[in-house]
Design a protein around this ligand. Structure first.
Ligand SMILES: [Zn+2]
Length: 343
């Protein structure tokens, strides 16, 4: 309950990020408040330096935004922007990333609509009712999609920037909310993060676990359990189509290491690291060529949406090798953070 300990008037801060790239300060999520940066005086241990170097090597030039995850292990990083500043950023226009996948998110937290033969599977529900109405419903209409066709609302993890608009949409469109058992339990008992700007948690509809397939019409979304960011974070695997081409996509369900000084933070980051390793194996086996995030600062969704042009290579398709490298960046940043906490 880090937020409450800080007092209601103190500006809430998002995760500290690396200053190495323009735009990184716009990253993060409000549920990253607990990511305590190492102070300027802290020496960087050889283990931390080794893992951060491995992350940079894996990132190359094309995947640098994911390096922001190393911010919590980097000495001297300044706190990120406040949640008010993050939420005030103008949203990118709603647009299709693929023929069957639309971006209808805010600037710093994303929502995606996967269209099927029997309605829409919404992937995350933004911060609150106002954003759900303006960005999700408004975005769908702009793309000639009917919000009344939302049938499932999949929440990747139980933090309010992903479930905040779920109750409003569920009630308005009679859709079922889907979340992992562990995160249902968390939001039903004690929220690990909360701010007044977030809608209240939805009531339980469907609990899913590793390997489950969320089916709607002609579409299946496979659940991959990747706990760590929250107790029951899930990542999602599904097909995306672009004209005649079909690609396999993974939506990484929880990014930052927002554990603060919580007593179980070492177990949480161990789970996170194990999740990245498993995700790499699954991504190789399933030939995942698209890696999406629920924060566009990592996958650069807003830039890629603008760059997508008919007949040209879809910028969201980065290829299997780059997906593996991105997951390595995430893993190495987690290992660096773990090493920083040990010293
Ligand atoms: Zn979160």
């Amino acid at each position: 309950m880090l937020f409450r300990q800080r007092g209601p008037r103190q500006a809430l801060r998002a995760e500290a990020v690396s200053p190495t790239r323009r735009g990184l300060l716009a990253l993060g999520c409000a549920c990253c408040l607990g990511a305590l940066p190492i102070g300027p005086a802290a020496a960087q241990s050889p283990d931390v330096a080794r893992h951060l170097a491995a992350a940079r090597a894996a990132a190359g030039e094309d995947l640098r935004p994911w390096l922001a995850l190393g911010g919590a292990a980097t000495p001297g990083n300044a706190p990120g922007p406040s949640i008010e500043a993050l939420m005030a950023q103008p949203a990118p226009p709603a647009a299709r990333a693929f023929d069957n996948l639309a971006f209808i998110g805010a600037k710093w937290v994303s929502a995606w609509a996967l269209t099927t033969s029997d309605g829409i599977i919404l992937l995350d529900a933004l911060n609150n009712e106002e954003e759900a109405e303006r960005l999700i419903e408004g975005g769908l209409r702009k793309l000639d999609l009917d919000p009344a066709r939302i049938r499932r609302i999949v929440v990747t993890h139980g933090h309010g920037d992903h479930y905040g608009g779920a109750t409003f949409l569920k009630q308005r469109h009679n859709a079922a909310v889907v979340m992992s058992e562990a995160d249902w339990r968390m939001v039903e008992t004690e929220l690990e993060f909360d701010v007044p700007q977030w809608g209240r948690p939805p009531r339980r509809d469907v609990a899913v676990g590793d390997g489950d397939v969320i089916r709607l019409g002609d579409t299946g979304v496979t659940v991959l359990s990747t706990p760590g960011h929250s107790p029951g974070t899930i990542s999602l695997i599904f097909d995306v189509r672009d004209g005649q081409r079909s690609e396999r996509a993974m939506l990484w369900g929880g990014t930052a290491f927002n554990f603060g000084r919580r007593p179980d933070r070492m177990q949480r980051i161990e789970s996170y690291i194990a999740g990245t390793r498993r995700a790499k194996q699954v991504a190789a086996r399933e030939n995942i060529t698209v890696l999406l995030s629920n924060h566009s600062g990592y996958d650069e969704a807003d830039r890629k949406l603008q760059a997508r042009q008919p007949g040209r290579t879809n910028p969201f398709v980065i290829g299997q090798e780059a997906v593996q490298r991105a997951l390595t960046v995430i893993e190495e940043c987690a290992l660096a953070t773990q090493a920083a906490w040990r010293t």
